[in-house]
Write a protein that binds this ligand. Sequence first.
Ligand SMILES: *Cc1c(COP(=O)(O)O)cnc(C)c1O
Length: 393
Amino acid sequence: MAALVSPSSLVRERRVAKPPKRSRPARGSAAPARGWQGQLRQSVRSVEQLARALELTPEELEGARRAEREGLPIAISPYYLSLCDRHDASCPVRMQCVPRIDEAHEVLGDLVDPLGEVDHEVAPHLVRRYPDRVLLLATDRCAVYCRFCTRSRIVGDGGGPVSLERLEPAFAWIAANPEIRDVIVSGGDPLAMATERLDRLLGRIRAIPTVETIRLATRVPVTLPMRITAELVRALRKHHPVWVMTHFNHPKELTRESIAACTRLADGGFPVMNQTVLLAGINDDPDVLETLFRGLVRARVRPYYLLQTDPVRGTGHLRTPLARGVEILERLQGRLTGIALPKLICDTPGGKGKVPLTPDYVVGRGEGTTTLRTFRGEEVTYVDPPARPSRAR
Ligand SMILES: *Cc1c(COP(=O)(O)O)cnc(C)c1O
């Protein structure tokens, strides 16, 4: 553990030197839960508990009442709740986990299953949209239910983790399709499962010889960082190469605890990648994202994707126009070290696949020449080599 101290304490110093917006933490309902299971047991799940912890606005109160009756349920771990500002409804953490009545409003473009996952199911709980990789939906539970969840149609209302027996057809499908080299275990959050169950699940996937990499898609480092225990790391590292895909959205989420969780994973040999969802009023700002991406890189987490919010029904109030992401990326390109700069991705409605969006740097094309615009705005012409007779490869 001693080895963990230096990198995370460095990060901590930097964080203190440039603190996020001051906030008054939410009041927990009981003594703070220690272990991760205790955190899950003490999660806020009702309007009553939520109203005790935070000063709710009428829009939130009405939204929470609606969420309790229908739609995506409420779940907030005591840890994530403690990052919420008790008084300020515009707190970027609070806006991710506290429902608003806007969730009742359907807008143009809204879909129940924006990524067409139901249509792309090749076996129960297995989604295939690309030639070489598949997505395994192993549970419907998370430590926190994010209000913009792309899988709000299934999350929180199934039977919890899916048994290995019920996943057997999915494993059989993967084994019968050797072009599949990468299995993404998602849900729900696979790290919300018991370690032993997850260990057996990964062991079962590893038993398929054609699978090269396993990815764990998890928000637990952000929402329940105490879940990343030494025991968990020991159990999972047996199944390497395992990559961890996590989901930080705001610098306020870079706490001593979440940075320590990422450090433990990186020290355990897991490459840690981050997928940020671009959210209106939460992180649709180049300075906020710059702070987040730099903080992630210091924690040895690679900003992988900046995702346009999927048009999930009832999330119109959290979505930005497509052009906003491009504009933000253009501000960061060149200014930000390359390892901190993610790709901007639109996951196309209907499940046709992810499309990268980039600012346009080509300003002119001539006969064998291309004029490019640099991040400083200079125009430079690149000249192609003279055409040669083509040769067979
Ligand atoms: C997003 C996604 C993937 C992974 O995409 P990458 O670009 O490889 O990270 C794979 N399968 C499905 C169904 C997905 O939605």
